[in-house]
Design a protein around this ligand. Structure first.
Ligand code: ZN
Length: 457
């Protein structure tokens, strides 16, 4: 929490943008949906917490950058319990000009849609006083584009969305408030990726920015230069987000979340969570250099043209420089196999350049006519053994000329440095084609059978 405070001081205290006008004589109630730790996300980050910080950021954006009269919150911490009707009662009691309720959705883990719901009567007409629909129509585009979700359910009247047979509006916060109102659903907290993004402090600023831009547009003001660069850092092979990547833009750095910095709050599994998310504000216009580095990866240096009108999204895929090594072998080193019955199987740590591996394989003593097959997205190599001599000590050699798909030479001895061969010593078993038979017989007539198993000796 101390980190948040320091960051907030830094982000809010430097006056860069001139004041946006057109909001004087107007105010809004921001309603962070739910209370305390309600509506737990799939990875233990609650919707209620996300909503609270989006509201706080949005309140700060409006108060700091515009001539708005004031911004009220229906709750300002995660301790109080605020009931549904208390929210509208509060807005009505202060005669607020507008009401916006901040939420996220729940459902299938694969779902992550955006949705704006404005007050609507069962007859299909918009709630009076009007305005929620027009505001929702602006918000839905900015929210969906800002969250980079592929799907949106749109800006919809709540009676159309939920189905009302009479009365309406359907949602309490739309039905019971005396002023124009709407409710936003920013993705699904039950979606693994979205829930992990929601944990990130700046990601909640991103959501708040989309509402801030929408509100000032609705009030007739022009959007100032955004100056925001954001994106995700992923592994170019696996597509997985990278924890602890360092992004440098305009002389400032941002480190993507790690288990130590954030995720330990929500899981005891140090490898479970990752979002690869970064976010910079107050980035000057024009072309900006971006540098991204992470342990075990090639450093990326690129140029980004800053958008004059929206977030500048720049995703970076980093190439893993860990050289490929042998993760597993069958047989294990020093073990044995039955030639022709068991093949050799070598599992590499990453996808390999098949041709370079095939031409790097040899046996000592030599074996004629072995064939290779590949599986596991070119990570698992199988070598036939039918032509091997039984009861013989062999060495399989894979030369350092074997490479992965990104041209990193084999780390045969697995010491983290590429460019050395791999050697697997094993022996072939005695031929074993004898059918199960009686091998001992005792004089008193008792017979003991020993069944010989072809697959293990
Ligand atoms: Zn909600």
């Amino acid at each position: 929490m101390k980190k948040f405070f320091l960051l907030a001081l830094f982000l809010f205290s430097v006056p860069v943008f001139s004041q946006i006008t057109g909001l004087s004589g107007w105010n809004i109630v921001l309603d962070p949906g739910h209370s305390q730790q309600e509506n737990m996300g799939i990875y233990n980050y609650p919707e209620a917490m996300k909503n609270l910080y989006v509201a706080k950021h949005l309140q700060a954006f409006l108060l700091d950058s515009t001539d708005i009269d004031t911004v009220y919150l229906t709750r300002s911490d995660s301790l109080v319990i605020v009931g549904l009707s208390q929210r509208s009662d509060y807005a009505n009691s202060i005669g607020a000009a507008w009401f916006h309720s901040i939420h996220s959705d729940a459902g299938a883990a694969s779902s992550n849609t955006t949705l704006l719901l404005w007050g609507q009567y069962a007859n299909g007409l918009e709630k009076v006083p009007n305005g929620g629909k027009a505001m929702s129509d602006i918000m839905i585009g900015n929210l969906t584009k800002g969250m980079r979700t592929s799907t949106s359910r749109g800006s919809i009247g709540d009676c159309t969305f939920y189905g009302c047979t009479s009365g309406g509006p359907y949602l309490s916060v739309n039905r019971l408030t005396n002023m124009p109102s709407e409710l936003s659903e920013a993705g699904f907290h039950t979606n693994p990726m979205q829930n992990t993004l929601n944990m990130n402090y700046e990601y909640k600023r991103l959501e708040a920015k989309t509402f801030w831009w929408s509100i000032i547009k609705f009030k007739g003001a022009n959007r100032p230069y955004p100056g925001i660069m954001a994106g995700k850092i992923t592994d170019s092979e696996s597509g997985q987000q990278i924890n602890g990547a360092i992004i440098t833009v305009d002389g400032r750095t941002y480190k993507t979340d790690t288990y130590q910095s954030l995720f330990h709050n929500y899981t005891t599994d140090s490898t479970l969570l990752r979002n690869g998310f970064y976010y910079f504000e107050r980035v000057p216009g024009g072309n900006q250099q971006i540098t991204v580095s992470a342990p075990g990866y090639e450093t990326y240096i690129g140029n980004v043209a800053m958008s004059d009108t929206f977030f500048t999204f720049k995703d970076v895929q980093l190439g893993n420089i860990t050289p490929p090594y042998i993760a597993e072998s069958i047989p294990a080193a020093g073990d044995s196999l039955s030639p022709g019955l068991k093949n050799i199987q070598i599992t590499f740590s990453r996808p390999m350049d098949v041709a370079s591996v095939n031409s790097a394989i040899s046996f000592n003593p030599p074996v004629a006519g072995t064939t290779t097959t590949w599986g596991g997205s070119d990570r698992i190599l199988t070598i036939t053994t039918a032509n091997m001599t039984p009861s013989t000590q062999y060495t399989l050699l894979i030369q350092a000329t074997a490479k992965d798909k990104f041209n990193h030479p084999l780390d045969g001895d697995g010491n983290g440095i590429g460019g050395d061969a791999y050697a697997l010593n094993f022996r072939t078993k005695i031929p074993d084609f004898i059918a199960p038979a009686v091998i001992t017989s005792y004089p008193w007539g008792y017979r003991q059978f020993m069944i010989r198993d072809l697959s293990s000796t």
